[in-house]
Design a protein around this ligand. Structure first.
Ligand code: KIV
Ligand code: ZN
Length: 387
């Protein structure tokens, strides 16, 4: 049987921290319901102590959503935990996500503290959260830059205190994939009681390695991944949900499954993009406008002969009707003939196709993209010339 990977979505917490992406409660409920339909296991709904609006959103999302666990973020501070527990009161399944910075720079500059004191504060926060909920996740902020031996001591202590999930964030997106994978491996091998909890990845994309790091974390034993729709999040963003879901779907040999209904991926990507007013870059993997568009002649010819030549994902698997054969100055006759066919014009005579293609190239050199109307016009002009 395949291993199960839990998908923890933080679009409404880490994602929503992006300037200009703030959502109101009604919009957050809309996203939370879409996440439920998508099949995520955990929705991080907010950071209740941060504002009355965020508190209210966590309350309302807790009422509106049934299946996923609703999670609320806190610092390792009692009043944060009280507030999170209150915000989660209506959730059918609830989790408090508490934590503290563990890297030497966080310990020194943020907390003016010591390694020992940080372990005490971490343990106290987990024990305090356990008074309210059974499911407590601990985050070791800046774990990516935390020395592995010390991190193992922190993880062991919080598991002993009752943490059910331990999050190992690469908060600054600094780690190399090997380094992050080895960190998870080290914890799996050196922490007593590691099997009593689930290790979670939480990677940021400052160096464009969030997905690679997350994957290495999973390959080395993490069984929860923290992700966002479209990879939105602080600075360069978080690991994108759609990339992890599709990597696991495409690489069946990894034998790791999620409960994601991948056909809902593009619809939720568009919903989040429009509600957050955050356009998706056209070449973004899986959900970008060009993710299934073929524009060069060689690729178009191949795809029209057999899709497997240049497609590793069936667009329908992510909720897109079909691939797109886009006409540009790099397109060939096969693509032109195909677009005419799609628009109801059959050109069997190669000489005729050649004539239209020559006119097409002259036009295509002047335009970035040739539309269906343009090619119909070229074909129409050719027909009337030959009558
Ligand atoms: O990046 C990070 O470290 C976080 C934690 C608060 C979980 O977002
Ligand atoms: Zn984060």
């Amino acid at each position: 049987m395949s291993d199960r990977l839990f998908i923890f979505d933080t679009t409404l917490r880490d994602g929503e921290q992006v300037p200009g992406c703030q959502l109101n409660t009604v919009e957050k409920i809309q996203v939370a319901k879409a996440l439920e339909q998508l099949g995520v296991d955990v929705i991080e709904a907010g950071f209740p102590i941060s504002s009355p609006g965020d508190f209210h959103s966590v309350v309302e999302i807790s009422k509106a959503v049934t299946w996923p666990t609703i999670c609320a973020l806190t610092r390792a501070v009692e009043k944060d935990i009280d507030c999170a527990a209150e915000a989660l009161q209506y959730a059918k399944h609830k989790r408090i996500h508490t934590g503290i910075g563990t890297s030497d720079s966080h310990i020194k500059y943020k907390f003016d503290s010591t390694r020992e004191e940080i372990i005490e504060r971490a343990v106290a926060a987990v024990k305090y959260a356990k008074k309210f909920v059974e499911d407590v996740e601990f985050y070791a902020e800046d774990a990516g830059r935390t020395d592995n031996e010390y991190l193992a001591r922190v993880v062991e202590a919080v598991i002993k205190a009752g943490a059910t999930v331990v999050n190992i964030p690469d908060t600054t997106g600094y780690c190399l994939p090997d380094e992050y994978g080895n960190k998870i491996k080290y914890l799996m091998e050196h922490v007593d009681g590691i099997h009593k909890a689930v290790l979670s990845t939480h990677c940021h994309n400052d160096l464009g390695m969030a997905t690679a790091n997350t994957l290495q974390g999973v390959l080395n034993g993490a069984r929860q991944v923290e992700v966002t729709v479209n990879g939105i999040g602080e600075r360069a963003g978080n690991t994108s949900l759609e990339e992890i879901a599709m990597i696991l779907k495409c690489h069946k040999g990894l034998d790791i499954d999620t409960h994601i209904n991948t056909t809902k991926i593009v619809p939720i990507s568009r919903l989040v993009s429009s509600l957050m007013n955050m356009p998706v870059q056209p070449n973004k993997a899986i959900v970008g406008r060009n993710a299934f568009a073929h524009s060069s002649g060689i690729h178009q010819d191949g795809v029209l002969k057999h899709v497997q030549t240049y497609e590793i994902i069936n667009p329908k698997d992510v909720g897109v009707d079909d691939n797109a054969i886009v006409l540009t100055a790099r397109s060939g006759r096969a693509a032109l003939k195909y677009r005419l066919h799609v628009n109801g014009v059959e050109i069997e005579d190669e000489g005729k196709l050649d004539k239209i293609y020559k006119k097409f190239l002259i036009l295509a050199d002047k335009k970035k993209e040739v539309t269906d109307d343009d090619v119909l016009m070229l074909a129409g002009a050719d027909m009337s010339e030959s009558h």
